[in-house]
Design a protein around this ligand. Structure first.
Ligand code: ARG
Length: 467
């Protein structure tokens, strides 16, 4: 039986009927729909709508649906169920008879879908944060292993200055720590219970809203029934957070792709995460990284779909809201799948420390350090910049580096230059002078790694507090 057929004289056009169903995708929400239905049933009993035997029978029926769904995927192939809410009602009545119809007393699918989606997003946030903690751990472990090895840092993808490889990896650690924090922050606004909001104006039965919320692990109840049944900004906020994660992953993937090219040769791709070419026998392609970069497009596309679906919708519930489900599921599933893969990839990729270090010896990555040398001898920075610029020009003509210039040549540029100038140009001296919090001087990086380790531990501890 449909949930709404009474006032209709004609059946739905089967093509329309099929097309408007959400069960093919919202069946993902079944565990949450069952949990919310249990809480609602208990509240109906407290409100005097259900007798004790009726409550027990409904709860047992719901249990049976959960078991059947878990043990037989075919159970969820139902061509009649309009959506997950209808499916449960249908199955419940099939198991326990007409008393099953009592479950829908005082509730609306409008509040149910809002609740199920909140429970789904909350569970995903908890899962994601755990996975992100492992991913950050992998990045951080590689940073800890990199020791004193350096690499060029780039601006405009041109050699800029040398940095410790660990400093570079810590940049990603920071991004993903922020992402985890963003999810935790989003969780606060997600974890609010809409049940009791009814179709739009609030339920007509004296339900204990707080009791329901507590049973479902919500931190509180929604304030306004119109808002609660029509709001999907928690979905948008969550998918925004996913888009930022994907964006960070795609920057990382892009760098790894570039670094694995023959021109750079900074990293060697693990064979287990690459594929070959059907035509070119020599190829080993960075497929995992390219797909990570590519997934960002679809996740950002999901975010855009949500934005546009919500824009201009009048209050309160409109069926358009059904269209927010698939972008949510898609973005969530894509992100959940990608993080364990990048984690394992990061554990297996090989860094060519020697080659990375070698790259710091060319491209004038010590020019700012050279100008700083002059500044320390009283030369105004703008002039020092100009003079070292001239020295670089000379080197370009001769195809050499600053350290290859003769002392007398340097002294012609500025007489303040002395023999000790050469030692200030070595990669280790250049690293050492970036001695500020957040800088790449080795002692600073050591401290940053320790602090990052503590943050990862804290992330894991907070996760267990939620679970
Ligand atoms: N499948 C619907 C959705 O995803 C559930 C809510 C239906 N509510 C309604 N008034 N038709 O939005």
């Amino acid at each position: 039986m449909k949930m709404w057929a009474g006032r209709f004289r004609q059946p739905l056009d089967p093509a329309f009927e099929r097309w408007q169903r959400s069960f093919p995708f919202d069946r993902r929400l079944l565990p949450y729909e069952i949990a919310a239905s249990r809480a609602h049933a208990r509240a109906l009993k407290s409100a005097g709508i259900l007798s004790s035997p009726e409550l027990i029978s409904i709860l047992q029926g719901l249990d049976q649906i959960a078991e059947q769904a878990a043990s037989s995927p075919a159970f969820l192939h139902d061509d009649e169920a309009e959506d997950v809410h209808h499916f449960i009602e249908k199955q419940l009545v099939a198991i326990i008879g007409d008393v099953g119809y009592k479950l829908h007393t005082g509730r609306s699918r409008n509040e149910q879908i809002a609740t199920d989606l909140r429970l789904y997003v909350r569970a995903s946030i908890d899962d994601l944060r755990l996975k992100i903690a492992d991913w950050i751990d992998a990045l951080l472990s590689r940073a800890e292993q990199a020791g004193s090895a350096a690499m060029p840092a780039y601006t405009h993808l041109q050699h800029a200055e040398p940095v410790l490889i660990s400093h570079w990896l810590l940049a990603y650690v920071e991004m993903f720590l922020r992402d985890a924090e963003r999810l935790a922050d989003c969780r606060k606004r997600v974890n609010v219970c809409p049940l009791g909001s009814g179709a739009v104006a609030g339920t007509t039965v004296a339900l204990d809203r707080r009791g329901i919320a507590e049973e479902l692990g919500f931190d509180g109840i929604s304030v306004n029934s119109i808002d609660a049944t029509s709001d999907r900004d928690f979905v948008l906020e969550f998918v925004n957070a996913l888009t930022t994660i994907a964006l960070h992953l795609s920057r990382w993937a892009e760098e790894m792709i570039i670094f694995s090219s023959q021109e750079f040769g900074f990293v060697h791709l693990p064979e287990a995460y690459s594929t070959g070419s059907s035509a070119l026998p020599q190829k080993q392609n960075p497929d995992l990284l390219e797909l990570v970069r590519g997934k960002t497009a679809r996740i950002a596309g999901d975010q855009t779909t949500l934005l546009i679906a919500l824009k201009g919708l009048p209050l309160a519930y409109n069926k358009d809201l059904q269209e927010t489900q698939e972008p949510l599921f898609d973005a969530n599933e894509a992100t959940l799948a990608v993080i364990p893969l990048v984690t394992i990839f990061m554990k297996s990729v090989e860094f060519d420390y020697a080659r990375m270090q070698k790259a710091t010896e060319s491209g004038f990555v010590n020019a700012w350090a050279a100008a700083t040398y002059l500044v320390q001898r009283g030369v105004p920075f703008r002039l020092a910049h100009e003079q070292i610029g001239h020295a670089v020009q000379l080197c370009i003509e001769r195809n050499c580096e600053l350290q290859d210039l003769k002392l007398h040549e340097l002294q012609e540029i500025n007489p303040a230059v002395d023999q000790d100038f050469y030692s200030c140009l070595s990669p280790s001296s250049v690293l050492a002078i970036h001695d500020v919090p957040g800088g790449t001087a080795p002692a600073r990086v050591q401290k940053a790694m320790k602090e990052a380790r503590e943050k990862v531990n804290l992330l894991r501890e907070n996760m267990h507090a939620h679970a």
